[in-house]
Design a protein around this ligand. Structure first.
Ligand SMILES: Nc1ncnc2c1ncn2[C@@H]1O[C@H](COP(=O)(O)OP(=O)(O)O)[C@@H](O)[C@H]1O
Ligand SMILES: [Mg+2]
Length: 260
């Protein structure tokens, strides 16, 4: 059985997509069978993995649309091999239309969970890159997932955002959409451990959440290599294999795999 992990945070630009592709590559490097799903209409993960969101078809949009229309979908048809050790289910801009049609769908929160059942045997890990909201696509991801990774940008007031995603996770559990949903951990991204600000935030987040939620170690440091790797269409593991960023994500992957 696969472990499904949603990478979710309602704020944009905190490192969700970066975390998804690099954990996918790192878990793949460990020998696991990994699928990364781009559940963001912006298609950043799709692009980062070397595909064009305006060209690639079929995508997760087609699979969800088929399910919403009441037919059984063929998820495998929307899965692509990448140049690295993980598979990709890409996104396209039309995915933004699905949220509206989901509204009028029976069991609208469970559509993604249902379609992942048919492919979960094929993978050890399925990582879902969420869009920056708490809308129905994200609720679908949280309903389908076994656990959630919450990336937090190491900046002033970042902790406030964590409260909102944590209370959404609590709602998903309480409403019995997914009573067993667990929190894999909070991952601090774009950190600069040399500054007192980063140290203060680390301490604040540890104090506020550390008792209930794992705060991943190491933190992911700020590095221009990440943006460069996105432009190159590669994970940081392929782009700068020996760098600090690649090493950080490898270690986080080991923590996750250790807990499987
Ligand atoms: N550790 C990091 N250091 C520096 N830049 C980063 C880091 N992680 C991500 N980025 C960059 O920050 C931007 C936002 O990251 P992204 O993963 O797309 O966030 P999200 O998916 O949450 O919107 C991207 O340009 C990405 O390349
Ligand atoms: Mg993103």
């Amino acid at each position: 059985m696969s472990k499904i992990i949603a990478i979710a945070m309602q704020k944009g630009g905190v490192g969700k997509t970066t975390t998804t592709i690099n954990l996918a590559a790192a878990l793949g490097e460990l020998g696991y069978r990994v699928l990364a799903i781009d559940l963001d209409p912006q298609g950043n993960l799709t692009q980062h993995a070397g595909f064009d969101p305006d060209q690639v078809t079929p995508t997760v949009y087609d699979v969800l649309k088929t399910e919403v229309e009441g037919f059984e979908s063929d998820a495998t048809g929307s899965i692509y091999e990448t140049d690295e050790a993980f598979h990709l289910m890409p996104s396209q801009p039309e995915l933004s239309l699905i949220e509206l049609s989901l509204m009028n769908t029976l069991s609208r929160e469970q559509v993604l969970a249902t379609l992942l059942k048919s492919i979960s045997k094929e993978y050890d890990y399925i990582l879902i890159d969420c869009n920056p909201s708490l809308g129905l696509l994200v609720i679908n991801a949280l309903t389908a997932a076994d656990s959630v990774i919450i990336p937090i940008q190491t900046e002033y007031l970042a902790a406030r955002g964590a409260l909102m995603i944590l209370s959404t996770i609590e709602t998903v559990r309480r409403k019995k959409l997914n009573a067993g949903l667990s929190i894999e951990g909070i991952l601090l991204t774009m950190a600069d451990p040399r500054t007192t600000l980063t140290r203060d935030i680390l301490e604040a987040i540890n104090q506020q959440y550390g008792a209930d939620v794992r705060i991943f170690e190491p933190v992911v440091r700020r590095s221009v290599r990440f943006a460069e790797s996105a432009v190159a269409g590669q994970s940081i593991l392929a782009y700068d294999s020996k760098g600090q960023g690649a090493e950080a994500y490898r270690q986080v992957a080991k923590v996750i795999a250790g807990g499987k």
